[in-house]
Design a protein around this ligand. Structure first.
Ligand code: MN
Length: 324
């Protein structure tokens, strides 16, 4: 972290132009982290821009409206430094990945490190122990000797709540970060409110369809389920865990390309050492796409059919899960 802070300090002092980017379909952790860091660096003297050309999810859009923030959809700044937040590889940035490749880059992320990324950037600060990028940004801001406004603290808190499923996946260090954000003026109940999506009928129907189309497999002691949707795959994968699966995969397929999200219970990850992020990285690589994520939540894209992906995942899982 020290190196990350030093690099930012040096650039901010010079009044550098700093571009902040996050992953495609950015979630509140990515958006909140990029925005808050951008504002802090701006106060320190840098010229900054947050660019999310590949869009963000519904929740992030609602948050920007609620907190009166804006992001760009294309790059206007000729950056002296690019900060990648909450994204572990250029592939995850979509087309902006190609535009920033080769520029001086600072990587701040808590996903499984992607092979070769460390070499492609100036400074890489990856902390897989952090449950969100927002926690890392809080530490970074303090290291920079800066402080947060109540609203900035709130944006980071919302990021933490998103990535920890409302603190269910929190570690002790997460809760310490939450307490600190509260001292800066964040409000827990308000953050929970901000994360409630308006009642969405199409989402509810998608969850029911995912359950209806579910295929149930047992691998040793574990219940693994597969399903198919054309939207809300990640949400559905989480819902299927809550229904009782140990491991769930929900994918979509269009024009010879697929997208798949996986979720695993913390118990399964702990007892078997399964890292879905690594499995999805491998899946992406195998099918000519990209993938990654966390031990219990990850996704991948690639070329092929869901049937082929399922076969691939099952063969990998048989290798990884004991007694299968
Ligand atoms: Mn995150």
């Amino acid at each position: 972290m020290r190196k990350a802070a030093e690099l930012l300090l040096e650039h901010a002092k010079k009044g550098s132009r700093i571009l902040l980017v996050s992953h495609q379909q950015a979630d509140p952790d990515g958006v909140g982290s990029a925005l808050v860091l951008s504002e802090v660096l701006g106060r320190m003297g840098a010229r900054t821009e947050v660019v999310l050309p590949e869009g963000m999810n519904k929740l992030s859009q609602l948050l920007l409206e609620r907190y009166g923030r804006e992001v760009s959809t294309s790059i206007h700044l000729q950056p002296d430094l690019v900060v990648m937040v909450d994204a572990s590889s250029f592939d995850h940035l979509g087309k902006v990945g190609e535009e920033v490749r080769g520029k001086p880059i600072l990587l701040v992320d808590h996903h499984l490190e992607v092979e070769g990324m460390r070499e492609g950037v100036e400074v890489s600060w990856v902390d897989e122990e952090a449950t969100s990028s927002a926690e890392m940004i809080l530490r970074l801001v303090k290291e920079l000797g800066e402080t947060l406004s109540p609203q900035q603290a709130q944006l980071l808190l919302v990021g933490i709540l998103t990535d920890t499923a409302g603190l269910r996946l929190a570690r002790n260090s997460t809760l310490e970060a939450v307490c600190e954000l509260i001292r800066y003026g964040a409000d827990y109940r308000q953050a929970l409110e901000a994360l409630k999506l308006p009642e969405d009928r199409s989402r509810r129907i998608a969850m029911l369809k995912a359950a209806q189309r579910m295929e149930i497999r047992t691998l040793g002691d574990y219940v693994v389920v597969f399903s198919e949707l054309s939207a809300f795959e990640a949400d559905a994968a989480s819902v299927l865990l809550r229904l009782g699966a140990d491991l769930s995969f929900v994918g979509s397929e269009e024009k010879g390309e697929f997208r798949i999200s996986g979720r695993a219970t913390p118990e399964l990850c702990e007892s078997t050492g399964l890292h879905l992020g690594a499995l999805m990285q491998e899946t992406g690589r195998f099918f000519g796409g990209s993938g990654g994520g966390h031990p219990g939540a990850a996704s991948s894209t690639g070329k092929g059919t869901l049937k082929e992906v399922k076969r691939f995942l099952l063969s990998q899982l048989q290798r990884i899960l004991p007694g299968t």
